[in-house]
Design a protein. Structure first.
Length: 100
């Protein structure tokens, strides 16, 4: 899903509200993604990642499906983020149905 310009501007304003005013620019965010199921979803995820990247997240994480059902897609997504950006990426690990 790609954020619209209005959504991006709204998210940017959220960091400028008085709630964060006393943090002197130290507010840090992270984002969590679901691994894409299709090629189109992968394109959308990457577009969204690139839209959010200017917020300088401290890290991003990619979920790991119940029972390990998305293990390969999760790993592939984390590997691409690590390869194609400077944002630290981590996978949620689920030990159910894993042999190692």
């Amino acid at each position: 899903m790609t954020m619209s310009l209005a959504s991006l501007q709204e998210a940017r304003r959220a960091l400028d509200t008085p709630l964060f005013a006393d943090l002197a620019g130290d507010a840090q965010v992270s984002f969590e993604f679901f691994p894409p199921k299709t090629e189109r979803m992968e394109e959308q995820l990457w577009e969204t990642f690139q839209t959010l990247e200017p917020f300088n997240p401290r890290f991003v994480s990619v979920t790991y499906g119940a029972g390990g059902s998305t293990r390969e897609r999760t790993h592939g997504t984390v590997a691409r983020i690590a390869k194609d950006s400077n944002v630290p990426a981590a996978a949620h690990l689920t030990c159910v149905a894993a042999t190692k």
